[in-house]
Write a protein that binds this ligand. Sequence first.
Ligand SMILES: [Ca+2]
Length: 376
Amino acid sequence: MNDGGNFGATGGGSPSDAIARRLYLGWSIAPAEGQAVSISGLDTGFQYSFGGHALRVLLRYRVGSDDWRDVPAAGYAVTQGYWLFNDLSLALSGETVLQNVRQPVELRLYVYGTGDDARWHPAGLVRASGEDLILRGTYQTVAAPGRVDGLRTVAGRHRLSVSWSPVPGAESYTLRWGSSPGGPYTASQAGLGQALAVIDALPDGAPCYFVVEANNAFGAGPASVESAATPLDAREAWRALVFSPLEIADGLAADAADPDGDGLANLLEYAFGSDPLRSDGAAPVSAERAGAPPRLAITFPLLPDRPDITLTVESSSDLATWIPIARSVAGGAVQPLTGTVTVEGGASAPANVTVFDESALASAHGRFLRIRVSVP
Ligand SMILES: [Ca+2]
């Protein structure tokens, strides 16, 4: 509002004077798509100082880009005084143009003084009850809902949690998804009562493309803009479970990192199921002499749901040449790679598996075993 220091004018302020001088407080409302509003009235008021002149108001409104229409608040005048509240109520249910509106409505409350010099100082629209402006009315659903917007996704192992902004007038939502951008959307969940859903049992590493529609008795609204996300693979899910987002951002969750300083890189902690943030001193892999004649044996945990891990036991007699002697792929059983190697345990994961070297210790000068952990 530009009061110019004076809401009056030479010869007395008037509505046309206030309009010309743009002495107004304005606001607007926009019905949601598929919704109509009916405005029945407004309540507001002025808090002002240095009273001494009549303060008058004029409400102007327009629907869309139509002409302005005037609602004079005849006879309204502030009570003269200092910092008084002056409540104002205007009935608008008789304004037929403001009923069942589906376009934006712009409202302006013009303020003027009837004297030559009306140096009012309204502090704002404030009612005695504390509210600044109450627009009374109702809204009703008159068409299918608008487009769903604001899609957000949280990825998990084999799953996506999808949420979106609630749409006015929606009674339910339909979520459709598929594996190709732009469709076809081969799966769906309909009748969703809330603005969220979980897509489950998704394949590893494949992006999922999805759209959401809002529905009501008038039909389905337009589909949202397509969104896409990829479920976490096994290692990503393990990282998300074990590390905080900050630790991941700082690189502490990288395969080669060793944040607990126990000599086991994160990839090995993941492969063997140990805690990468706590050095508890219990090495997951151990070696011993076993059997008759004695052979070198290495024991390690075999975990299920490690689809990205290949464990290869390698042997050497000189620490220079290493020969693969047994292997587990994707959490599967450990298979001997040579005829004289034997494997105990690990028929079903999780289990401890012991792999016995191919040569008896008595017939070798020195034997060494190690486990190679690799990812595709
Ligand atoms: Ca470690």
